[in-house]
Design a protein around this ligand. Structure first.
Ligand SMILES: Cc1cc2nc3c(=O)[nH]c(=O)nc-3n(C[C@H](O)[C@H](O)[C@H](O)COP(=O)(O)OP(=O)(O)OC[C@H]3O[C@@H](n4cnc5c(N)ncnc54)[C@H](O)[C@@H]3O)c2cc1C
Length: 605
């Protein structure tokens, strides 16, 4: 469906409408009435606005653009990708966020990457064999190999594995107790237990980007049993994860992204839905798709007008958002067993560190990436700076590797996702109550609100949350929902609605004549003057009786379709006192004009 015929209107317009206005009035406002924001506010107008240029947002844009819609993606940060991105340490690529590619089951990304880069691009990781084993540290740096060594002789490690298999047997528990409660009461493992770090750094807490003290056991079990992605994981050899998605999907829609534009309000109560960014730009659309993280929703950084339904608010407040960071370090030499070690479970906040060189054949740099989640991340966040965080990782590695890590340290990168104001954590997790009987909180979070507000993002995926495939699929779903509601992009010949006003500011009562400028020509008109009054005339005159600032909209239609254009903050009627200043100023300017005229002898225009 790509490259379908487009409507003649709707492409992004970022404008301060340069329409006819009373020049003297505008000049007076600037001169005498600086608090009055006369003139239309900057705005854009397109079919769909997508909030967030992460995996979900960009894939929603890709989906809708391929259906023929004009989209605009509004991104808070200076770059796209959200929780995706990579940097090079030596010749090894290290992923800042998402790294592991899920196998092909229910995952079109896997197949698309294979088609683009070939089979060799995807290298199976965490195989648990002689070349990809896990080193486990216990009791202050003693180690054993998980698969090919003697870890199984340690009863506490054995219990940890048994526990991990047991957590999926709690779908029918009468309550959704915390995993930590169950762990302490039934398994006798609390924070001072010698194996506690395995539960925190590995499964289940580390995997879910949280701590056992925040996971709901029944919800975790239900989420695990509902899971639809493969358990086979792959590393991506030639390019970063985001680069591959760019090449496959995102590059097509990146020209439709605007950056450094955090959305602060979404108003669906007016004649046309609008998302307003922190720069004061109004982004109008028929449909708005919100793809921000649960952390951003929980922080209520976006003011929804009208308020979101209570069930939606309860949903995003119930689902957890874990703390998380990644620290990748390059060393001058490999002090670990290169041929054998896939990863090491440390006893400290460095948590789980792996060797990305394992899936990047031919690389020569010596790199470890530490995956630091939950309590471990909270500990690291509290350290004064990145240097202290890197020192902590080195110290944890030194304990295991006989002090070899610190001397071999060359450089490092810290990616603290919790500190990122527009991410606010690692990813969503099943906190208690996330999966009660029936509809899950994720399903509620995913539901549209009314006909124009849609939700996507990893946390809205019911069976593959917290993942890139889940985020992409959620964008596809939300795009499809918006498409089903809109019934297709505007047909050719639909009016590109536009209009001008004879005046944009002045004291009450202010008479304004509006002129329809729509093309192709409209045959029907619905004006909303912003003060509760409306008209169906083509070029109506309206009197503003009360002071205020008014957005004006025109919905123009013809046999091909309908399009609404809103000019935000178009009309300003000052308070009486300000109006008096306006009049006084006008007299003053008139006198000034006369004096000038007297001096030059020429008539002012
Ligand atoms: C450390 C880490 C490791 C991970 N590992 C894996 C892995 O191995 N495999 C895997 O599949 N997944 C992994 N994930 C999860 C995966 O990265 C996410 O599930 C996915 O990227 C989320 O995409 P999203 O579009 O839902 O959200 P985001 O990536 O958060 O995108 C949302 C976008 O919205 C923007 N935004 C926020 N607020 C506003 C606002 N007010 N106005 C405008 N824009 C706004 C943000 O800046 C962001 O760009 C990992 C994540 C982390 C953090």
């Amino acid at each position: 469906m790509r490259n379908m015929a487009r409507a003649t209107h709707g492409l992004l317009q970022l404008t301060r409408a340069g329409r006819s206005r009373l020049v003297v009035g505008a000049a007076l406002c600037a001169l005498l009435w600086p608090s009055a924001a006369a003139g239309v506010a900057p705005f854009t107008d397109q079919d769909v606005v997508i909030v967030g240029a992460g995996a979900a947002g960009l894939y929603a844009a890709y989906t809708l653009e391929n259906l023929g819609y004009d989209v605009l993606v509004v991104e808070a940060r200076a770059e796209h990708g959200g929780r995706l991105g990579s940097v090079m340490l030596g010749d090894v690529r290290t992923e800042n966020g998402a790294e592991e590619l899920y196998g092909s089951v229910n995952n079109f990304v896997f197949d698309d990457i294979k088609a683009l880069y070939g089979t060799s691009a995807q290298v199976r990781i965490y195989r648990g064999n002689a070349t990809q084993d896990q080193l486990i540290s216990m009791d202050g740096g003693n180690t054993c190999w998980s698969e090919t060594g003697n870890c199984y002789l340690d009863d506490d490690i054995d219990d940890y594995w048994t526990f991990y298999n047991d957590v999926w047997n709690h779908d029918n528990d009468p309550t959704d107790q915390l995993v930590s409660t169950y762990l302490t009461n039934v398994w006798g493992v609390g924070p001072t237990h010698r194996a506690y770090h395995l539960y925190e750094a590995g499964a289940p807490a580390g995997e879910y980007g949280t701590t056992v003290e925040r996971l709901g056991l029944r919800s975790l079990s239900r989420e695990g049993n509902a899971w639809t992605l493969s358990s086979n994981l792959y590393g991506l050899a030639p390019v970063g994860y985001r680069d591959a998605l760019d090449a496959l999907y995102f590059n097509q829609v990146l020209p439709k992204v605007i950056y450094n534009s955090p959305i602060t309000a979404i108003d669906t109560s007016g004649p046309k839905p609008v998302a307003i960014d922190g720069n004061g730009v109004y982004h109008y659309a028929q449909a708005i798709i919100v793809t921000v993280s649960v952390g951003v929703l929980q922080a209520e950084m976006i003011d929804f007008i009208p308020d979101l339904p209570g069930t939606k608010v309860a949903a995003y407040n119930t689902i957890g958002m874990g703390h998380g960071m990644k620290i990748s370090l390059r060393f001058t030499s490999s002090f670990w067993n290169v041929s054998k070690m896939m990863d090491v479970l440390t006893e400290g906040p460095a948590a789980q560190c792996w060797n990305p060189g394992k899936y990047q054949p031919g690389t020569t740099s010596h790199v470890l990436t530490c995956f630091i989640m939950g309590r471990n991340s909270e500990f690291m966040e509290a350290l004064p700076d990145d240097a202290a965080r890197i020192a902590q990782v080195l110290s944890d590695l030194d304990l295991i590797f006989g002090g070899q890590a610190s001397p071999a340290y060359a450089e490092g990168v810290v990616n603290n996702w919790t500190a990122d104001a527009y991410i606010r954590g690692s990813y969503s997790f099943p906190a208690p109550g996330t999966r009660p009987g029936g509809t899950t909180m994720r399903e509620i979070l995913a539901q549209p609100v009314g006909a124009s507000l849609y939700f996507a993002g990893e946390a809205t995926h019911n069976t593959a949350p917290s993942t890139v495939p889940g985020a992409l699929q959620s964008g596809e779903r939300a795009g499809g929902e918006a498409h089903a509601q809109m019934g297709g992009p505007p047909a050719p010949g639909t009016p590109a609605t536009d209009f001008s006003a004879s005046a944009e500011s002045g004291p009450s009562p202010l008479d304004v004549t509006f002129t329809d400028l729509s093309a192709p020509a409209a045959t029907g008109w619905t004006w909303d003057f912003g003060d509760g009054q409306s008209s169906n005339a083509q070029n109506p005159t309206h009197q503003y009786a009360a002071d205020g600032t008014y957005s004006v909209s025109l919905t123009a239609s013809n046999g091909s379709g309908t399009h609404t254009r809103v000019l935000p903050m178009l009309i300003t009627v000052p308070e009486a006192s300000s109006a008096a200043m306006l009049a006084y100023g006008a007299i003053g300017l008139g006198l000034l004009g006369k004096r000038r005229m007297g001096r030059t002898g020429r008539k002012r225009r």
